[in-house]
Design a protein around this ligand. Structure first.
Ligand code: DGT
Ligand code: CA
Ligand code: CA
Ligand code: ZN
Length: 579
């Protein structure tokens, strides 16, 4: 299925560049490509085996997109995309990451002021040139300057959101998997630790034939530039400009190398200190006795930790923030594993405008995951373009009632994703909210209010009996939109007091609540729910990311409500709704 992945990558670039080309994110063509992109994501067949005719029969794929997919299969690229890349170089495209800077404005800046990249934009801001443009002003110029500041887009320090880096790493790992002599592959570094932004991707391969690996690596279709190529170490750039470091090591030292290249640097230093105290050294080749030069351990990470008298420390915890001391004291949290998750409490269907699969398909998908309980939480009406009215919600409730018999092993809750207004109200009053089995409430607008207002807003929503959990607490989109500002301690106090859960949203662009917020909840009596926020069946995969995020936040399994057995979970849900 590696061609599917390739097609998805090229189509998402096509969407992005077409938005620029048409000066609109809503044009007919953009939407057609977006639909095809989403259909490709749902496809469980290999596009290599499909004709253009078969492709065009799939829902969401028109004949023009079908031909483009065939072009990718047959030629490895897209002529149209190649042309767009020349017109819109990567440095210009990067400006689309700045909140509030749409395609139309980017084209205006280029035409009127000759802005070609971030440096050009900063110069135009410094020279107060932007305020003179039609439709702009001093305020929009200042807002732009602040957005750049807050996103931390400073040339070489630029970090890539994990949502962009992870699929690239997966494509590379898949591309190297079949090569002669390869025994293990793992992506390491900040990506394996599941940081929300990535400096570069570090891929580690154990192989008996290193030359073959690096030769294949530099030839991968995703590679745009080879910076260095050697037997054991190569460096490339991929489309979008992200750097990928490859190391090839012998299978016997794979564990030591994975440990070393996973980092963090501070975690490595803390471990090395323990090794030195025992008369050993620790590096990417292994744990070695200084005097005898005997290798004590190198094959697996687990064995190296064990030799250092430590339990295995999960990659997500390895930030050098006290995890080694906690491990030594037996005080690490009991981390969540995917198999612990019994329910999903944030799931959409195409009843709300942004859902991409039917209710039935989503329920089938939930059942296929083996879930014991699931909540359908389509958007409530306050979200103008997406939400369901009262009548639609009641109708949906009837439809769900009529479907329950098909899922004898899964309890279906009828919920809603409510919108939190600037005052902390939600869409409906208590009498209507009572009719639901579950409520998740989220911030979807008014991101710029001051911290006091946002804090009051969140706390008021938590106090509402119809609200069981706060969805994506900050509303951030990693690398695109900063989250709302709020008083974390006050909100955690309220979570404890009201029993309202905090969601760990597994959508890769969200990963919300953020890890530092989750860590600050340690030792408090707060409940969490790990959710996918699925809008399509393939989004159920987000459970993996929600689990990783909870681990990064040192969340203890005991506090995760959707690991609990059904009875306990339902009692907990009811307690809040009767509060
Ligand atoms: P990034 O790429 O900035 O998101 O963060 P990392 O952690 O992936 O950092 P990177 O790519 O520079 O290096 C990968 C790992 O290699 C890092 O987490 C730990 C290890 N490493 C790199 N340089 C050093 C070093 O000077 N000392 C030690 N102990 N470890 C290092
Ligand atoms: Ca890295
Ligand atoms: Ca690196
Ligand atoms: Zn949602």
């Amino acid at each position: 299925m590696s061609t599917n992945r390739e097609a998805i990558r090229l189509f998402s670039e096509l969407v992005q560049l077409t938005k620029l080309d048409e000066g609109s994110a809503q044009s007919f063509r953009v939407r057609a490509y977006e639909k095809a992109l989403s259909a490709l994501g749902e496809l469980d067949r290999d596009v290599v085996d499909m004709t253009a005719g078969e492709l065009a029969k799939l829902p969401g794929i028109g004949s023009s997109s079908a031909n483009k997919i065939r072009e990718i299969v047959d030629t490895g690229t897209l002529e149209k995309l190649e042309k767009l890349r020349v017109t819109y170089p990567a440095a210009l495209v990067e400006l689309t990451r700045i909140p509030g800077l749409g395609p139309k404005t980017i084209l205006l800046l280029r035409d009127q002021l000759g802005v070609e990249d971030l440096d050009g934009l900063k110069a135009a801001i410094a020279g107060e040139e932007i305020r003179a443009l039609p439709g702009m002003g001093a305020r929009s110029e200042e807002k732009l300057a602040r957005s750049i500041e807050r996103l931390g887009m400073h040339g070489k320090d630029r970090r890539t959101p994990i949502a962009e880096a992870l699929p690239i790493a997966e494509e590379i790992v898949a591309g190297l998997a079949g090569i002669d002599g390869v025994k293990h592959i793992e992506y390491c570094g900040s990506l394996r630790r599941f940081r929300e932004t990535i400096g570069d991707i570090d891929v580690l391969v154990a192989s008996t034939k290193p030359g073959k690996v690096s030769a294949a690596f530099v030839e991968l279709p995703i590679v745009t530039e080879v910076v260095a190529q050697g037997e054991t170490k190569s460096v490339v750039l991929v489309s979008g400009g992200l750097q990928v470091d490859l190391r090839v090591v012998p299978p016997a030292s794979f564990g030591a190398a994975v440990l070393y290249f996973t980092g963090s640097k501070q975690h490595n230093i803390d471990l090395r200190q323990r090794a030195i105290a025992r008369g050993w050294t620790l590096n990417e080749y292994g744990l070695t006795d200084v005097e005898t030069e005997d290798v004590i351990s190198s094959r697996t990470e687990k064995a190296i930790y064990a030799a250092l008298d430590l339990p295995h420390i999960a990659p997500e915890l390895r930030e050098g923030i006290g995890e080694v001391a906690a491990a030594e004291a037996g005080e690490l949290p009991r981390l969540v594993e995917e198999s612990h998750i019994r329910g999903d409490l944030h799931v959409h269907s195409d009843w709300s405008g942004d859902g991409r699969a039917t209710l039935e398909a989503m329920l089938d998908g939930a059942a296929a995951r083996g879930l014991t309980y699931v909540a359908i939480t389509d958007h409530a009406e306050g979200l103008a373009i997406n939400g369901l009215s009262r009548d639609e919600m009641l109708r949906q409730r009837d439809v769900i009632d009529g479907m329950r018999f098909r899922y004898p092993d899964m309890t279906i809750l009828h919920g809603a994703e409510l919108n939190i207004t600037p005052d902390g109200e939600v869409d409906w009053a208590a009498d209507f909210l009572e009719g639901f089995d579950w409520g998740v409430a989220s911030v979807h607008s008014h991101f710029d209010l001051d911290a006091d207002t946002q804090t009051r807003r969140l706390i008021a929503a938590m106090e509402n009996p119809g609200v069981n959990a706060i969805g994506h607490l900050s509303g951030r989109m990693i690398g695109r939109r900063p989250g709302i500002e709020f008083d974390v301690e006050a909100v955690l106090d309220a979570a404890e007091r009201t029993g309202c859960a905090i969601e760990v949203n597994g959508h890769l662009a969200r990963l919300d609540a953020a890890a530092d917020v989750l860590r600050r909840a340690r030792g408090r009596d707060i409940s969490f729910v790990l959710d996918t926020d699925a809008h399509a069946v393939s989004d159920f995969r987000n459970v993996t990311w929600a689990v990783h995020q909870s681990r990064r936040g040192w969340v203890d399994k005991a506090s995760v409500a959707n690991t609990w057995p059904l009875e306990k979970f339902l009692r907990w849900v009811e307690r809040k709704r009767k509060s």
